[in-house]
Design a binder for this molecule. Sequence first.
Ligand code: AR6
Length: 167
Amino acid sequence: MQNVTALRGDITQIRCDVIVNAANTTLLGGGGVDGAIHGAAGPGLLEECRRLGGCNTGDAKLTAGYDLPAKYVVHTVGPVWHGGEHNEETLLRQCYSRALDLAEEIGARSIAFPAISTGVYMFPADLAADIAVATIYNRKAIIDGELDAILVAFDQKTLDLYQERLT
Ligand code: AR6
């Protein structure tokens, strides 16, 4: 689909309406993409996150983008992979859906996603790519061309997984 693309890069450098953060339930920062986003956004982001009272796994919350080139950040909490029998796939699907819901609510025209849960949280990268692409492709706002989605891969293997699935 024309308005869904994949690229290799650092999501903190992407200029779009919304970037998605793969956070944890505290929303108070961490390593990986979460650390990179807080580092690039500056202390205002952490201050706003402190007021949000955390976030459940599979849910998402919106903040401003502060010093990022992106206008907003949607913080979502992916599932930790525990073998696949603990609702992991549904929870990851919900992360993408809730992030898209929030982007649509604020009238965003573009949203960039990292490969949620595939780092520290150990979700298998191929299954995560299936879920990411399918959930985004099924969105009416995407199908109707009202919202562009960018899948940001930090490594070549993840980029290859996206490119195999994008049509
Ligand atoms: N831009 C794009 N993708 C990135 C970047 C970046 N700057 N940095 C890392 N990635 P992870 P998770 C990729 O571990 O598995 C944090 O401590 C990375 O290569 O960041 O959801 C949180 O606070 C991988 O493909 O997130 C949580 O505690 C993907 O982003 C926990 O990690 C996700 O890896 C969340 O774990």
